[in-house]
Design a protein around this ligand. Structure first.
Ligand SMILES: NC(=O)c1ccc[n+]([C@@H]2O[C@H](COP(=O)([O-])OP(=O)(O)OC[C@H]3O[C@@H](n4cnc5c(N)ncnc54)[C@H](O)[C@@H]3O)[C@@H](O)[C@H]2O)c1
Length: 280
């Protein structure tokens, strides 16, 4: 099979939770481009509807489902409605997640619980519902979750979020092992700073701009950057990849936390002083 064919998901059904904007909208679009029918799930009816309509206008078989995915009973309904509307379920992508800023001295019990509910707790039950659907129908399904590049270091002033996302990474490893015998794969994408409708205002501030200057790729991520990795992991190109968390962060995870500008300039100056071409 050609590499292009391995990316094709024609005849597959994808469920994108949080598909109404940002990383979810981009993931829905990429999966549809690869040939999937797509169920767009969002708690905001207008967002789910708008994305589904945009896909339908391009000839994609799609349905909009309004649900608050944090409610476990809603998860079962979402899976059942997707199967009924689109004739199956092969790929589940979940984007839902968010963080509450707050240091260890001030974070409340409710805030801790909320970050775990919206990043980790629901994700387990979504994986469970998806896995039951795959196993019941004998489908070698795929699940893709969203972590954060922060799990590779620390997440100061976002401790509840960081712990929940680290939990998601561990859950992905464990479920990959449990579900391997059923042919089900599960992976996660770990975005670095990514410009979405939600983060747009925040990335304009000086602290974020300093962070962006330190990203080896020289820019913040876009929803399409994340969607490309989601599509790769959902496709047969990633047939032998399971239990993995793939950083899509422009290299920020491996970059040092200080400004490399002076070292780069000094290195170039030294080469020139030695009478050498700095690029040789
Ligand atoms: N943007 C970044 O810089 C960045 C970095 C690392 C990780 N992430 C992760 O990416 C994901 C968020 O991406 P985004 O900025 O596109 O998100 P977003 O907040 O814009 O949410 C995407 C969609 O999810 C929907 N949604 C939220 N809660 C829901 C619920 N309970 N049920 C159903 N739908 C719900 C929203 O209405 C929205 O349309 C999160 O998991 C976040 O932790 C983002």
């Amino acid at each position: 099979m050609s590499a292009q064919d391995l990316f094709k998901l024609s005849g597959k059904v994808a469920l994108v939770v949080g598909g109404g904007q940002g990383l979810g909208e981009a993931s829905a679009r990429y999966l549809a481009d690869a040939g999937c029918a797509v169920a767009v799930v969002d708690r905001e009816p207008a967002r789910a509807q708008a994305v589904a309509e945009a896909l339908a206008a391009r000839g994609v078989k799609t349905t909009a489902i309004v649900a608050d995915i944090l409610q476990v009973s809603e998860i079962e309904r979402v899976v059942a409605e997707t199967e009924a509307a689109l004739g199956g379920l092969d790929v589940v992508v979940s984007i839902v997640g968010a963080s509450k800023f707050g240091g260890v001295l001030e974070l409340s019990e409710a805030e801790w619980d909320n970050d775990h509910a919206r990043n980790l707790r629901y994700f387990f039950f979504l994986c469970q519902a998806a896995a039951r659907s795959f196993v019941r129908r004998g489908v070698p399904g795929v699940i893709v979750g969203i972590a954060t590049a922060g799990v590779n270091g620390s997440m100061p002033f976002r401790s509840a979020y960081g712990a929940a996302k680290a939990g998601l990474v561990h859950l992905v490893r464990t479920l990959a092992v449990e579900l391997g015998e059923w042919g089900v794969r599960i992976n996660a994408v770990a975005p670095g700073l990514t410009v979405t409708p939600r983060t747009q205002a925040r990335v304009a501030n000086e602290a974020a701009q300093a962070q962006i200057r330190n990203i080896p790729r020289g820019r913040a991520g876009t929803p399409d950057d994340i969607a490309k990795a989601v599509l790769f992991l959902a496709s047969d190109m990633a047939d032998h990849i399971t239990g993995a968390t793939v950083p899509v962060d422009g290299g920020s995870t491996v970059a040092p936390n200080y400004d490399l500008g002076p070292s780069r300039a000094a290195s170039k100056r030294n080469r020139l002083a030695m009478g050498k071409d700095p690029l040789e």
